[in-house]
Design a protein around this ligand. Structure first.
Ligand code: TXA
Ligand code: MG
Length: 329
């Protein structure tokens, strides 16, 4: 890629053996491939190759070298990269493969580059559950560093079109696996010797983790984390429209993002309206969240008014993302 960030056509790869083989070959050569996970699409590079990892930051225009999640095929591969205490092991065994990232101390045998870890002595590890991601990791046979495959600060991608609308000609290929199932990013938990801490709510609900380990997760404020996790920046996941939260009334010309059965007043005057989940199911709502934000943004409305979403289950992750989408820019 050149300094302007433009490169040749981005290859659209099908979800078959040939597509996976091509994606793995590009990754092994140091290229950039977006691929589906069960949460969102990731922008992958060989985590052991610092030049390849640098390409991720350039393509995303990520402002600084924040640490990336290293994706691995299974728990065994994860244990080459990081040191798992009892809690981390319990969590890995219960939730992997799945939408959970564990931040653990680096192992002596770690091959994830310093750049991917942003020079930290910890490493963020995840075993994704998506069959295409798994096949790609097996075929590439190395850890793959992958942030969400969007331009920095923008809405995370849940299908291949979203990826191309942000990154066409900036990355080598996208492996098309259709729409992702979970729809919000992984839950991130730090297990660094002290009490486990929730760094980011995500696809595994806090309640499920707390029930498993039999204790409350320490709350970590973004300011307490150094370096600040970019997914934790105040303004993130932002559409072009302004986002207004907890709307019970829709102003004329606004786009409306609804949840559940209650109909806000003024809905007839809305420019566009989508319901995250008619039955008020937070899981279904999470799967729709980013795609609906993009669709309502495309309506051209200046404001997206969002109905209240309860905090339970995946609601915590949904509200976290909505708050960041609504933050001052
Ligand atoms: O679901 C997901 O997690 C998606 C898919 C592609 O796996 N990935 C994702 O990556 O959301 P990204 O880069 O958008 O967010 C990764 C988060 C960042 O907030 C980063 O700071 C944090 O993980 N992170 C990674 N390694 C870390 C470490 N060693 N210490 C603290 N935070 C870390
Ligand atoms: Mg992201």
């Amino acid at each position: 890629m050149n300094d302007q960030g433009s490169m040749a056509q981005t290859e659209l790869l099908q979800a078959d053996e040939a597509g996976i083989a091509r994606a793995a070959a590009i990754l092994r050569e140091g290229g950039l491939v977006a691929f589906p996970t069960e949460t969102v699409y990731g922008l992958g590079a060989d985590a052991t190759n610092a030049d390849a990892v640098a390409g991720i930051y350039a393509a995303k225009e990520r402002p600084s070298f924040n640490p990336l999640i290293a994706h691995v095929a299974d728990f065994e591969a994860a244990q080459i990269q990081g040191i798992f205490d009892e809690t981390a092991r319990t969590l890995a065994e219960a939730f992997w493969p799945g939408p959970l990232t564990l931040v653990v101390p680096v192992a002596k045998t770690c091959t994830v580059s310093d750049l991917a870890r942003a020079g930290l002595d910890s490493v963020g590890l995840r075993v994704p559950a998506h069959p295409l991601a798994h096949a790609l990791l097996i075929e590439a046979s190395r850890p793959i560093a992958a942030p969400s495959a969007n331009r920095s600060g923008r809405v995370s991608p849940t299908n291949a079109d979203h990826v191309l609308s942000d990154l066409d000609r900036r990355i080598d290929a996208v492996l098309d696996g259709g729409s992702t199932q979970v729809g919000v990013e992984s839950t991130i938990i730090a297990c660094l010797g002290d009490a486990p801490r929730l760094l980011r709510p995500g696809g595994v609900p806090r309640e499920a983790v707390e029930e498993l380990i039999g204790r409350k997760l320490e709350a970590t404020s973004a300011e307490a984390e150094n370096p600040l996790a970019p997914g934790m920046l105040a303004s993130h996941y932002a559409p072009h429209a302004r986002v207004r939260l907890n709307a019970t009334l829709i102003e004329r010309g606004e786009a409306a993002l609804l949840f559940g059965g209650s109909v806000p007043s003024g809905l007839d005057g809305a420019r566009a309206a989508l319901n995250l989940s008619e039955n008020g199911d937070p899981k279904e709502a999470a799967a729709h969240l980013f795609s609906y934000l993009r669709q309502l943004d495309a309506s051209g409305a200046a404001v997206i008014a969002v109905a209240p979403v309860p905090e339970t289950g995946l609601g915590e992750a949904i509200n976290d993302r909505l708050k960041r989408a609504a933050a001052e820019r």
